[in-house]
Design a protein around this ligand. Structure first.
Ligand SMILES: Cc1cc2nc3c(=O)[nH]c(=O)nc-3n(C[C@H](O)[C@H](O)[C@H](O)COP(=O)(O)OP(=O)(O)OC[C@H]3O[C@@H](n4cnc5c(N)ncnc54)[C@H](O)[C@@H]3O)c2cc1C
Length: 391
């Protein structure tokens, strides 16, 4: 869309997370100037790991950051599932075949490393302006321009506004007005610890999930194996909402008390945990209006059980930029964008819930889960890893 490429006012993006920075890069790749407004005083991600499936890697490739991210990523040999009660090994799915099958790897990385790679690429682009300590407070779309006001009294005019402001999106409240996200009743505790604190038998070049009744634990190496990422998830109705606050280890240990020695030993090694109250939303079909569009978690927040939230945000970014190329005006581009995305993101949102039940199965369900998992292959998730529309 030539008018946007020539516009004196860049496209404005609220939020400098993986989604917001991914969107800025995608727009820049297509020749659209963009400005990212981040509410925090610096661009930063939480200190934890993130898994990147082949679809996410192909997006990073299209955004021009694949090589930089690969240098910092760990490429595990296998995805491993264990029974957290008996310690039984259920299955190891080798990852060596991913490149041949999906034209991209499966890898894990420290979030700060992924985020920094995106940030560096944004900083290197003449098309992208980055501003911190700017919280978008309100927007008004008059049909030609979107007028944005931030908490510090600044105001902006933009031909198109993308709200990549995450799970608790205030832009969504105005655009869609469907209330707060759904509290799932699941809590995650996350920690990153030095390899020296990890029991010898768990120092594995693998992404390992231990499945227990109403709980599971995931661990994998980061930064060349110097660090280990640990996520422990369990059912709890103690919290209504919350984000990134310090967790109460007593509750964590109580919820994992029925798991085998090695799982409990690993959990005891952690001195400090951060806690996430996991939330998602029902899928919706329309997440844009006029010249305003949501992207990433603001549009389709999901439980992390398929490790795809960031991947979906990166796919959104590329889709949105392509829609701007294909349409005659911003309104029709923004109308087309969720139409191309909602069935895929909605499927991941709903499938992630099912995977949560699967991981947390008890009794006969657990036996059936174990029997099924023993024959699992990555083909079951090929609908995600094969990607979408060329990515
Ligand atoms: C425990 C856990 C594990 C996960 N594991 C994985 C995984 O392995 N793989 C994967 O792909 N995904 C994973 N995810 C999901 C993934 O982290 C998210 O889907 C992804 O980070 C969403 O990115 P986003 O940019 O849309 O939102 P966010 O990361 O939430 O970023 C939103 C940004 O907007 C800013 N902001 C908010 N409001 C405003 C405002 N009004 N004005 C300006 N700025 C604002 C915020 O400060 C923030 O920087 C996991 C999630 C959790 C909770």
């Amino acid at each position: 869309m030539k008018s946007l490429k020539d516009s004196a006012d860049p496209i404005l993006i609220a939020g400098g997370g993986i989604g917001g920075l991914g969107a800025a890069l995608a727009l820049a790749k297509h020749g659209y100037p963009a400005r990212v407004l981040e509410q925090a005083p610096e661009f930063k991600e939480v200190g934890a790991g993130i898994q990147l499936g082949p679809n996410s890697w192909r997006c990073l490739r299209a955004l021009g950051v694949e090589a930089a991210v690969k240098k910092l990523a760990v490429f595990p040999e296998a995805l491993v599932a264990m029974d957290a009660v008996t310690g039984e090994h259920l299955v190891s799915i080798p990852l060596a075949g991913f490149e041949a099958r999906f034209k991209a790897p499966y890898a894990v990385i420290h979030r700060a490393d992924l985020h920094n790679s995106l940030l560096e690429a944004c900083r290197a682009s003449n098309f992208i302006a980055l501003e911190t300590s700017r919280q978008v407070k309100s927007f008004e779309d008059d049909g030609e321009t979107v007028r944005i006001a931030t908490n510090d009294g600044a105001s902006y005019a933009t031909p198109a506004f993308i709200a990549a402001d995450g799970l608790w999106s205030t832009a969504r409240a105005k655009l869609i007005g469907d209330g707060p996200p759904r509290v799932s009743g699941h809590i995650s505790y996350r920690s990153v610890l030095p390899v020296s604190d990890v029991p010898e038998e768990l120092r594995r070049w693998e992404m390992v999930i231990w499945c227990g009744p109403k709980c599971h634990m995931v661990h994998y190496p980061l930064r060349g194996g110097e660090l280990y990422n640990l996520v422990a998830t369990f059912h709890s109705n103690r919290y209504e909402e919350g984000w990134n606050s310090y967790g109460d280890p007593a509750e964590l240990h109580e919820r994992f008390s029925g798991t085998c020695d090695i799982v409990r030993l690993m959990l005891k090694r952690i001195a400090e945990w951060r806690m996430w109250v996991l939330c998602d939303r029902e899928p919706i079909k329309l997440w844009s209006k006029g010249r305003v569009a949501l992207l990433g978690d603001s549009a389709h927040p999901m439980l992390q059980y398929l490790a795809q939230g960031a991947g979906m945000a990166l796919e959104d970014s590329l889709c949105l930029a392509q829609c701007l190329d294909d349409a005659e005006n911003v309104e029709s581009a923004f109308a087309a964008y969720p139409m191309k995305r909602y069935l895929r993101t909605g499927r991941v949102q709903l499938a992630a819930r099912l995977y949560g039940e699967f991981y947390h199965a008890d009794g006969v369900r657990r036996e059936l889960r174990n029997a099924y998992v023993k024959h699992a292959s990555y083909e079951g998730l090929a609908w995600i890893y094969d990607g979408w529309d060329g990515y």
